[in-house]
Write a protein that binds this ligand. Structure first.
Ligand code: PLP
Length: 461
């Protein structure tokens, strides 16, 4: 089969992609078909025979019609979701076409070099220690898992226990402290690692870990016991940052490991105006972030950074007699992540960073926070609207009187479909959240969100 076999399927994919991106730009944000409606277009039985590749592409566009959410839209403010910068999307297509199993430097030199450059640039942009290891993973959940696996290895080694060799059975207890408002994926990562439920340290009214409460909790940990503390850069409700400058030295004074979950907030360090939010965070031991959120590369793309390279490799590396390991001392991509076979996820990151440059990343992060501020200020004096958070970064949390009214506003906004904001519960109250995470969100898109909220408030009984 010749190379021509790819031509028509790829052309059709590009045509459908452009149609979709046009819809993202101008159409409704919410999907109009639900799972059942889409499923009804798909035969229950496996097809008996083949379908030409180009027709498969058309068929896919046809069955999914109306069931896609315009998540990459500038009017999507739900969860914490980025869009796709053009350079990153195109690079992601190339990664698929190249189809490299990017595990080994020897076997896939080009992607290894590009990913190593992307990792180096990320350290420079995020102000993290030169020489740290960078792993490209699927998201911040996995990044948290990888970093905490390295942490587990290091703090147990300090207590004379080789967890890679002996496992956890009979090991000294690892004390894990987290902020009361850490992201739930931190608990999930700890569960994967057999570390159980962490001790939650009190947070203030913005969701920031209270440093006095941390010191109190640290006093309850036996001297010399294995200790891991997870801090947060960017609370999903308030956007708040933990007090790193006080917390990190307090943990280090007790020989503990500090991990920072900065899935979207770590990027504050790349913007001159917002960098103070990250003060002291670079003194931690490991960091997790996403590229599919603030940097706006396509899903799925997360980044783990670990200062202690030996700890990371102890936790993640493996050897197979048929593999050809790197002998230069740099180490193979697979040594830093859970997977052996892997997609070259760092390549779209490289493309996004090249397209933006340092000034462009600064401007992107600055702009996202500025648009969140715009949204909060436009609604702050509106009768019946409460802005619940300080809005230091990209997140805005709103309430509209009692919980029933807040939920009614959320339903009204989503039913209209002009913009997407998501509901949640924060500090015991129903809230409407807005997360400005899309590179293409304009001031007019924010105005559209403000108008949608105003219409929903006006429609309340
Ligand atoms: C989104 C998020 C995560 C989880 O990241 P995924 O990319 O969904 O795996 C973890 N922590 C925080 C603070 C987040 O915002």
């Amino acid at each position: 089969m010749g190379v021509e076999a790819y031509d028509e399927p790829l052309r059709r994919a590009q045509r459908h992609a452009m149609r979709w991106l046009d819809h993202v730009d101008r159409g409704e944000v919410v999907p109009r078909a639900d799972v059942e409606a889409v499923a009804a277009r798909i035969p229950a039985q496996v097809p008996e025979g083949p379908t030409p590749a180009a027709d498969v592409v058309d068929l896919l566009a046809e069955v999914t019609r109306g069931g896609l959410t315009a998540m990459p839209s500038g009017r999507f403010f739900g969860f914490v979701i980025g869009g796709s910068q053009p350079a990153a999307l195109a690079a992601d297509w190339l990664v698929s076409a190249w189809d490299q199993n990017a595990a080994l430097r020897f076997a896939t030199p080009a992607t290894a070099a590009v990913e190593e450059a992307a990792g180096r640039w990320l350290l420079q942009l995020l102000g993290l220690p030169d020489g740290s290891d960078v792993g490209f993973v699927t998201g911040a959940t996995t990044a948290n898992f990888v970093a905490l696996a390295a942490a587990r290895s290091a703090v147990l080694a300090r207590a004379g226990w080789d967890v890679e060799e002996r496992g956890l059975t009979g090991a000294p207890r690892v004390h894990v402290l987290v902020g009361a408002e850490r992201h739930d994926t931190v608990d999930l990562a700890l569960r994967y690692l057999g570390l159980g439920r962490p001790v939650a340290v009190a947070a203030d009214d913005q969701g920031r870990l209270d440093p006095a409460a941390l010191e109190h909790a640290l006093d309850a940990v036996p001297a010399g016991a294995p200790l891991v503390v997870v801090l947060q850069a960017g609370n999903v409700h308030s956007g708040a940052f933990d007090p790193f400058a006080r917390a990190v030295p307090a943990v280090h004074a007790r020989g503990g490991w500090v991990h920072v979950d900065g899935a979207f907030g770590l990027w504050a360090a790349a913007a001159q105006r917002l960098r103070p939010l990250m003060a002291g965070a670079a003194d931690a031991d490991s960091w997790a972030t996403d590229a599919h959120k603030t940097l706006n590369v396509p899903y799925d793309s997360g980044v783990v950074v670990v200062r202690d390279r030996a700890a990371l490799r102890a936790a993640m590396s493996m050897h197979g007699s048929y593999l050809v390991p790197d002998v230069t001392g740099v180490g193979d991509p697979h040594d830093k992540v859970p997977e052996l076979s892997r997609r070259a996820r760092g390549v779209p990151v490289w493309a996004a960073l090249t397209a933006l440059g340092r000034s462009g990343v600064d401007a992107l992060v600055d702009r996202l926070a500025a648009r969140a501020h715009q949204l909060a200020e436009a609604l702050r004096d509106e009768p019946g609207v409460e802005v619940l958070n300080d809005v230091p970064f990209t997140q805005v949390c709103l309430a509209f009187g009692d919980d029933d009214r807040t939920r009614a506003v959320t339903r009204h906004v989503l039913a209209e479909g002009a913009v997407w904001l998501s509901g949640s519960t924060w500090r015991g109250r129903a809230v409407l959240r807005a997360s400005v995470s899309n590179w293409s969100t304009t001031p007019e898109d924010v105005d559209a969100a403000v108008s949608a909220v105003r219409r929903a408030v006006a429609a309340l009984p």
